[in-house]
Design a protein around this ligand. Structure first.
Ligand code: EPU
Length: 423
């Protein structure tokens, strides 16, 4: 069994760290490449992560050529030939985010069969908003044997109001609408930087998408799309994770090329706590003295609110700050499992439905702990940096979905950390 072992307690992270392209941007960008009938699409600054390999397989499963040059962090996709409209269970079941191929396959082929994603450890994660939006655009949706079949000889532009600004639903519908007949308006759309990154690629491919980054997206359908070249946006969550790591170890770290605007909700909470966060030409610098930090209250929300994907890591910071902090998780219904593991390290916390109270500043001790999801894995490793003695973190397949060389990067900043048990 693979594990990460941390000798914690004395760590003070210092130096510079480089950030990869965003996992949550590249997955929908790969889905968008399906739409290009003419020419190849090249994505640059692609992170080397297990989720990216899975998405490559999903796209390849449609008969599309996908070439991943890992040395160059570049993926080239050729979707010019006939493509199959079925995304089979064997691929889709490995990653629920692969549901974003539904819109592009339907728009390109007039029919799509995609295996229905199941629940996941952080919540039930329904896809009703994706399906209702496609129905509003004229698709006939049926569900049978674990598969969703969507049919529409030609999608029609529609006015869609999302009950919740779902990231995946916004992406699916935006992609479907690029080839629909007429105008689609998506209201209460998600506004994440990854949505903007996707809209920019779609427009380079010949689409007409306006308003990305605001709550109203307008898409005028076009007849066909072509390949393009595009850079994956910086991973704001990886950047945020290192910012929190620096803050909780009384560190001094430059997170290179991190984008201030994308991390604004996190930065505002770090500043409120008393962490020094400054924008430099090379990125964002984070400095702190843990003894001087103050507890805060945080509530996760869709962007530009505090990101749920930083919630677990931020609770690790709350754990070292003396006093009572509170975290309210409003996006997913079961995203506090890391706190149960952190209890094993001596954390005092009370959890009542969507609210966790963290009584920080007590003694944390190293322990054997298990990752329960991607961001939980990072949170546990960060807690291991400050806990006295040795911490062992298992179930690293969660970590590998979204962090490239996480332990090497922490070791580069001075952490005593190693990974064992690999092939
Ligand atoms: N929701 C519905 N119906 C839908 C779609 C969503 O009720 O049809 C609900 C979900 O159950 C959830 C909330 O809306 O409670 C948010 O879901 P959303 O659709 O916005 O999330 P997602 O697209 O499935 C992406 C990221 C997640 C991130 C969320 C929220 C990708 C590949 N995944 O998921 O990333 O937490 O947005 O920001 O982009 C991670 O990276 O660790 C991760 C889980």
């Amino acid at each position: 069994m693979e594990q990460i072992i941390i000798d914690g307690g004395q760590t003070r992270l210092q130096g510079e760290v480089t950030i990869e392209g965003a996992k949550n941007a590249v997955l929908p960008l790969l889905a968008a490449t399906i739409l290009a009938k003419d020419g190849q699409t090249t994505l640059r600054h692609v992170p080397i992560l297990s989720d990216v390999f899975v998405m490559n397989d999903v796209v390849r499963g449609l008969g599309i050529t996908v070439d991943f040059n890992q040395e160059q962090n570049e993926i080239t996709v050729d979707a010019t030939n006939f493509i199959d409209h079925t995304a089979p269970y064997e691929y889709v079941s490995r990653m629920r985010a692969s549901i974003v191929v539904l819109g592009p396959i339907l728009a390109r082929c007039g029919e799509a069969v995609v295996s229905m994603p199941g629940g996941c450890s952080i919540g039930s994660r329904p896809i009703d908003l994706h399906l209702k939006g496609l129905e509003a655009m004229g698709a006939e949706i049926t569900q049978f044997g674990g598969d969703i079949t969507a049919k529409a000889a030609k999608l029609k532009g529609a006015n869609i109001y999302l009950d919740f600004p779902s990231v995946g639903a916004t992406q699916n519908l935006m992609m479907a609408a690029t080839l629909a007949e007429g105008k689609t308006v998506i209201e209460n759309a998600a506004r994440e930087p990854e949505i903007v990154n996707l809209a920019v690629l779609l427009n380079k491919m010949g689409a007409d998408v306006r308003g990305a980054g605001t709550e109203t997206l307008t898409i005028i359908g076009v007849k066909r799309l072509h390949g393009a070249e595009h850079d994956v946006v910086q991973d704001r969550i990886e950047a945020g994770t290192f910012m929190v790591a620096a803050a909780m170890t009384s560190g001094d770290v430059l997170v290179k090329d991190a984008i201030w605007e994308h991390n604004r909700p996190l930065i505002s909470k770090l500043l409120e706590m008393g962490v020094e966060v400054t924008e430099e030409a090379g990125g964002i610098r984070v400095r702190s003295t843990v003894q001087n930090l103050k507890p805060v209250s945080v509530k996760t929300l869709p962007h530009p609110g505090f990101p749920t994907d930083m919630q677990a890591q931020f609770t690790a910071l709350m754990a070292v700050v003396k006093g009572e902090s509170s975290m309210i998780e409003t996006v997913f219904e079961n995203r506090f499992q890391h706190l149960e593991e952190m209890r094993r390290m001596g954390l005092h916390t009370e959890i009542l439905r969507d609210t966790a109270l963290i009584h920080g500043g007590g003694n944390l001790q190293g322990a054997k702990v298990m990752s329960t999801d991607l961001r939980a894995s990072a949170a546990l490793i960060l807690t291991g940096l400050v806990a006295q003695g040795q911490t062992t973190v298992t179930k690293l397949e969660h970590l590998d979905r979204g962090y490239y060389q996480f332990h090497e990067k922490l070791a580069g900043l001075g952490a005593s950390i190693r990974r064992e048990g690999g092939a």
